[in-house]
Ligand binder design. Structure first.
Ligand code: URA
Length: 447
């Protein structure tokens, strides 16, 4: 048993958790504030994190952890802006690019007399998954490192701002996340929940739509684990007074057809122009509809979908994206001329040796192939190549003949190409008959 706060010893707290005890709110606050101020050595924090992963965090510990991480920094206050504030967050996947579509759709839907605000703070690529900030930064000139005041100015001007967490936002998470990344302590529902929610709650939002990914390309590999995480996230947000919904969605194959930063922006522009792959369009409309419903703009989900589709059909969402790019210093001409996005010097087509149907894709491996090409980071301070990536010719359920293109690899470095191709070659599984299609959305969890 650890003593009163003044007498707390880190080693006692580690032991308590290691032996299956439940840490109190004060004990968690003590650990988290030590992490934020960097007064606790990393080896002790890492030992505590490992005990949390192995023993699991209780609901009360998760709530205390979220609150302590949120309070380790500032909470933005946009209560003076005359409209609801709503955001969307995905737990991460491959080709997972909906943020660049839903943010302008929802911001455009509010209109001048009844604005809806989307203050979206996103992250960078993590492991094999892509990050919204890296995708946005593939637009020449686009700035995501906005100061607090710049973020507010863009939000006021466009009803939407797309930035990265400022140093004032959840600094404890920043430190703990970097440690978790290198100590095998990412995959804990309690730690993931506190990490995500502390940053999202700091945005000063009223409502949040969560896209919790399940499948081989997600952190949660099966639907049950994803549902448990989703419930935890929804409950945590609700307890903090937010309107919440979580969608459990498929990540057993990449979303859309393009993987890689500039290639993904290009695909988002296709969707904003009323084209693009059906799965990406469908999920973007569904997520936007939930955002509009939770923001109180529509009476039900059907009306939300109608409004979201109207924003695309009329070009208002695309025009909003152009406005956001301009406000954040980017080259808005990419919207009408995507060829202005960075382009890889070379392409290589990977052809199938089989005929039949694509029955499965090793989604994480495809994400890793993109990282190897330079589209993601292998180490935290690696720079990334915005132009490289993979354009899928075939997805699960598609028929294929030997010699047909499975995918096209966009690359700049010959030495990386071979390794990426080997991974990609082993990522497609074939069958003689078409397999049953997995649904795109498995489940919705409402608060
Ligand atoms: N994304 C986060 O921000 N934190 C996690 O722990 C996992 C995914």
């Amino acid at each position: 048993m650890a003593g009163p706060p003044g007498l707390m010893r880190i080693v006692d707290l580690i032991r308590k958790k290691r032996d299956g005890g439940e840490l109190s709110r004060e004990e968690i606050l003590f650990l988290v504030s030590g992490a934020a101020r960097q007064t606790i050595p990393d080896y002790q924090l890492a030992a505590w994190l490992m005990a949390m992963v192995c023993r699991g965090a209780t609901r009360a510990e998760t709530a205390s952890l979220t609150e302590a991480m949120l309070r380790s920094g500032e909470v933005m206050d946009f209560s003076d802006l005359p409209g609801p504030k709503v955001d969307k967050h995905s737990t991460g996947g491959v080709g997972d690019k909906t943020s660049l579509i839903v943010a302008p759709i929802v911001a455009a839907a509010g209109g001048p007399s009844s604005p809806v605000y989307v203050p979206m703070l996103s992250g960078r690529g993590l492991g094999h998954t892509g990050g919204t900030l890296d995708k946005l930064e593939s637009i020449p000139g686009f700035r995501t490192n906005l100061s607090k005041q710049e973020f507010r100015d863009v939000l006021t001007a466009c009803n939407c701002a797309l930035g990265g967490p400022t140093p004032e936002i959840a600094p404890a998470d920043k430190h703990l996340y970097a440690l978790r990344d290198v100590t095998g302590t990412v995959e804990s529902p309690g730690l993931i929940c506190a990490s995500i929610m502390s940053k999202k709650l700091a945005e000063g939002i009223d409502a949040l739509v969560l896209d919790v990914k399940a499948g081989s390309g997600a952190f949660m590999k099966n639907e049950n684990d994803a549902a448990a995480l989703a419930e935890l996230l929804v409950e945590t947000g609700k307890r903090m007074g937010k309107r919440m919904v979580a969608l459990i969605t498929d990540m057993d194959q990449p979303l859309g057809r393009n993987i890689g930063n500039a290639l993904e922006v290009k695909e988002c522009l296709q969707v904003l122009n009323g084209q693009g792959p059906a799965d990406l369009r469908e999920l973007s409309i569904e997520l936007s509809a939930w955002m509009l419903l939770l923001a109180g703009c529509t009476a039900d989900l059907v009306a939300g979908k109608r409004l979201a589709e109207e924003m695309v059909a009329t070009g208002r969402a695309r025009d909003k994206f152009r406005e956001i790019i301009r406000q954040q210093g980017g080259d808005e001409r990419v919207v009408d001329d995507p060829a202005r996005l960075p382009q890889a010097k070379r392409t290589e087509v990977l052809r199938s040796a089989h005929s039949g149907f694509v029955s499965r894709m090793a989604c994480e491996q495809i994400g890793t192939a993109c990282v190897i090409l330079g589209g993601g980071r292998e180490k935290q301070d690696d720079s990334i190549d915005p132009a490289v990536g993979i354009a899928l010719g075939k997805k699960v359920g598609d028929s294929i003949r030997a010699g047909e293109a499975l995918c096209t690899v966009h690359y700049n470095s010959d030495s990386r190409l071979r390794e990426a191709l080997d991974l990609l070659e082993g990522s497609f599984v074939f069958a003689d008959e078409p397999s049953a299609q997995r649904p795109l959305i498995f489940k919705t969890i409402e608060s």
